[in-house]
Design a protein around this ligand. Structure first.
Ligand code: THU
Length: 161
């Protein structure tokens, strides 16, 4: 029997002032775009923005539904839009923020399991890591070098061969 360990390193910042100008801009835009979420049921408004390798940006917000399971997370709305508008352009960095109108918005939240799987497909398909900037409207900021780090031992297309 062997034991294996998987670990990863990510960066933690105390405020936006510590970020590069580009990362700070992306995070501030993600914070702003939370205002465009449609989240009347959870009141948890998520905003995401991605910088693509061609320099363009694409945004996404969560879109809920009276039939709760129909709702979509901001990350997957963004990835669907990016894939539709710029089908073969990799994503360099995605910033994700949220505004919880029922509680605090002062700590980073990480993408849900389905979004991690969707991010993994995107990374693999375009053969480019997706860097994540995660933060609420205030408080600490996490920078994850690539989204796959959040999905160790993930299932992907190579498993279907
Ligand atoms: N949500 C996202 O949009 N992204 C995440 O990473 C976590 C959760 C949405 C789904 C739902 O509309 C609301 O937040 C509460 O779960």
């Amino acid at each position: 029997m062997n034991r294996e360990t998987i670990s990863f390193t990510f960066e933690v910042y105390d405020s936006v002032e510590e970020l590069s100008a580009e990362d700070a801009w992306l995070l501030q835009e993600a914070r702003k775009v939370t205002n465009q979420a449609y989240a009347p049921y959870s009141q948890f408004n998520v905003g995401a923005i991605a910088r693509l390798t061609n320099g363009e940006t694409v945004t996404g917000t969560n879109q809920e539904n009276a039939s709760y399971p129909v709702g979509l997370c901001a990350e997957r709305v963004l990835l669907s839009a990016a894939s539709s508008i710029y089908p073969n352009v990799p994503i360099e960095t995605m910033a994700i923020s949220y505004h919880n109108t029922k509680g605090e918005s002062d700590r980073p939240v990480t993408p849900c399991g389905i979004c991690r799987q969707t991010l993994a497909e995107y990374q693999l398909r375009l053969n480019h890591p997706i860097r994540l900037i995660l933060s609420g409207l205030e408080g600490k900021i996490y920078i994850i070098p690539q989204s796959n780090m959040l999905l160790p031992l993930g299932f992907n297309s190579s498993d279907l061969q």
